[in-house]
Design a protein around this ligand. Structure first.
Ligand SMILES: [Mg+2]
Length: 263
C-alpha cells in the first residue's frame, strides 16, 4: 500500500534544463550584440569550458557526492553553513568569470572584463527564467491529500531553496523537503532515502520515488528496495539501472498508483 510519494525536483517538477538554456540564450545574445558572434556557438563553448573548469577544483568530488552540476555552479551563491560550501562560495566567482572568458576566447575574443559582465549577468537571467512543466501543479493538486508528499532533491540548500523561492507554489505541497547538502550525502546514497523514510515514519514498501535521473533517483530507490518511476520525457536510452515504471508525462502516475492499490 503506497502512502507517500517522493519527488525529485530538478527536471521532474521544475524544468531546470530549460531555465538554464534560456539563461544562456539571453546572456549569449548580449555577446552577439557586442561582438556579432553566434550565440549558440558561444553557449556551447562556455558549457564546455565550465565543465572542464568545474571538474578541476578541489570541491569537485564533494559536488558530485551532493549532486551539484557545473551550471548550478554558474549561478548559485552557496551561502551554506558548511566548510565545503564555503570553499565553493570562494571558488565560484573566478570559476564563472573564467568559464565565460574562455568561452569568448574560443570564439576568438579576448575580453576578460566582458567575460566578467556575462558571468554576472547569467545568474540574473537564470533567476528570471524559472520554468515549471505544464502538468506539475495539476499533478500535485491531484495527489495532495491522497498521499504524503516528500521532496528529495540533490544540491546546495541555499540554491535549492532559491529555486523554491522563485517558484513559491511548489514547497507548500510537501510534508517534508530533504536537500542532500543539508543531510550530508546525495542520491543515490541509500542513507538519504533511509533518512527520508524515517522522517515520514514509513517503510520502503509504502513509498514510491519519482525522478528523471536513473543514476540518482532510480538507482538510489532500488538500493533501498523502494519502488521507482522514471520520468523520461526526452526518450533517453535506459542503462543498466531498471526502474519499476517508466513514464513520459507525470499524469501517467495516476494509473500506476491505481494499479498499486490492488496489490
Ligand atoms: Mg532531477
Amino acid at each position: 500500500m503506497i502512502k507517500a510519494i517522493f519527488f525529485d525536483l530538478d527536471d521532474t517538477l521544475l524544468w531546470d534544463q530549460k531555465s538554464v538554456k534560456e539563461a544562456f540564450a539571453a546572456t549569449c545574445r548580449a555577446a552577439q550584440q557586442k561582438y556579432g558572434i553566434d550565440p549558440e556557438a558561444l553557449e556551447e563553448a562556455v558549457r564546455k569550458e565550465a565543465r572542464e573548469l568545474y571538474s578541476s577544483y578541489e570541491t569537485y568530488s564533494f559536488t558530485q557526492m551532493i549532486g551539484i552540476n557545473p551550471f548550478e555552479g554558474m549561478w548559485g551563491n552557496f551561502l551554506d553553513d558548511d566548510d565545503n560550501f564555503r570553499k565553493m562560495k570562494g571558488i565560484v566567482p573566478a570559476y564563472r568569470q573564467e568559464a565565460w572568458t574562455r568561452g569568448l576566447q574560443a570564439m576568438g575574443i579576448e575580453d576578460p572584463e566582458f567575460g566578467y559582465e556575462l558571468a554576472e549577468r547569467f545568474p540574473a537571467e537564470r533567476r528570471n527564467n524559472p520554468f515549471v512543466y505544464e502538468e506539475t501543479f495539476k499533478v500535485l493538486d491531484e495527489l495532495k491529500g491522497k498521499y504524503q508528499l516528500l521532496l528529495l532533491t540533490n544540491g546546495s540548500p541555499d540554491l535549492q531553496n532559491t529555486k523554491l523561492e522563485i517558484t513559491p507554489e511548489i514547497a507548500p505541497y510537501f510534508d517534508h523537503i530533504v536537500i542532500s547538502g543539508a543531510f550530508g550525502r546525495g542520491k543515490p546514497d541509500p542513507s538519504i532515502f533511509e533518512h527520508a523514510l524515517t522522517l515520514m515514519s514509513l517503510h520502503k514498501d509504502e513509498v514510491i520515488m519519482v525522478g528523471d535521473n536513473l543514476m540518482t533517483d532510480i538507482l538510489g530507490a532500488s538500493r533501498v528496495g523502494m519502488k521507482s518511476v522514471w520520468i523520461n520525457r526526452h526518450n533517453k536510452e535506459r542503462n543498466e539501472v531498471v526502474p519499476d515504471y517508466e513514464i513520459k508525462h507525470l499524469e501517467e502516475l495516476y494509473s500506476i498508483l491505481e494499479s498499486l492499490k490492488k496489490e
